[in-house]
Design a protein around this ligand. Structure first.
Ligand SMILES: CC(C)(COP(=O)(O)OP(=O)(O)OC[C@H]1O[C@@H](n2cnc3c(N)ncnc32)[C@H](O)[C@@H]1OP(=O)(O)O)[C@@H](O)C(=O)NCCC(=O)NCCS
Length: 189
């Protein structure tokens, strides 16, 4: 297999950051299967990761999100390839552990997924993806946004901190048979 070129600021700048379309579903599933394991602790069994991917990250799941009002999918496309995506839920009931840390659950968005392909990490693309995601959540009426991040995922935590998020609490998050303890981060919109 040919080596991927390393991330460069050019890669981040030239990607088209846009709302997802129904015909992105298959590429989203492929990107999600590749990037979800990168958010998991190193000691998490691959079988648990595969179980989560099968249960939540197939093309059918993404097609469902792409056709559901309030499920905001933002993608970054570069030369016909998807380099990143976010999924934000607006107007859906929040998990109790998330509801507990927000002022008004009804007007709070949940950033469910935020993933950038390794070839585009460190390029600035994630920041553009986040900016478009926050704009979309605001446009959908949210005034606060929350997310969960694995306690061992230092890179993502640093990225979210720079994007204005702060620790608001904790939650449990199940991946296959593993029960993880996540940090809950929040920011106003
Ligand atoms: C999280 C993610 C979207 C961020 O995108 P990115 O392009 O890596 O983000 P950036 O490079 O702009 O920022 C990463 C920050 O982490 C820092 N960092 C890099 N490697 C790190 C590490 N091993 N430990 C701690 N911090 C690290 C960088 O210096 C940077 O911080 P800074 O801006 O204060 O210098 C991307 O890394 C990703 O998709 N990771 C895999 C999936 C994932 O974990 N998603 C989040 C699930 S909650």
């Amino acid at each position: 297999m040919a080596a991927e070129s390393p991330a460069s600021p050019h890669a981040g700048a030239r990607a088209d950051v846009r709302a997802g379309r129904i015909d992105d579903a298959q590429a989203l599933a492929e990107l999600a299967a590749l990037t979800f394991p990168l958010a998991c602790p190193a000691d998490m069994p691959a079988a648990d990761q595969r179980a989560f991917i099968a249960a939540h990250l197939t093309a059918e799941h993404f097609a469902g999100h792409l056709s559901t009002a309030g499920h905001l999918v933002i993608v970054a496309e570069d030369a016909g390839r998807l380099d990143g995506y976010t999924l934000t839920l607006v107007g859906e009931p929040l998990d109790p552990e998330l509801s507990a840390v927000v002022a008004d659950p009804v007007s709070t968005a949940y950033l469910s997924k935020c993933y950038v392909h390794p070839r585009a990490q460190g390029s600035g693309l994630a920041g553009r993806l986040m900016a478009a995601t926050l704009d979309a959540a605001r446009a959908a009426g949210a005034v606060q946004i929350v997310l969960g991040v694995n306690g061992q995922n230092a890179r993502a935590q640093a990225f979210y901190r720079r994007a204005g998020f702060a620790v608001a609490g904790e939650r449990t998050f199940t991946v296959g048979r593993r029960v993880e303890r996540d940090l809950v981060l929040s920011r106003t919109l």
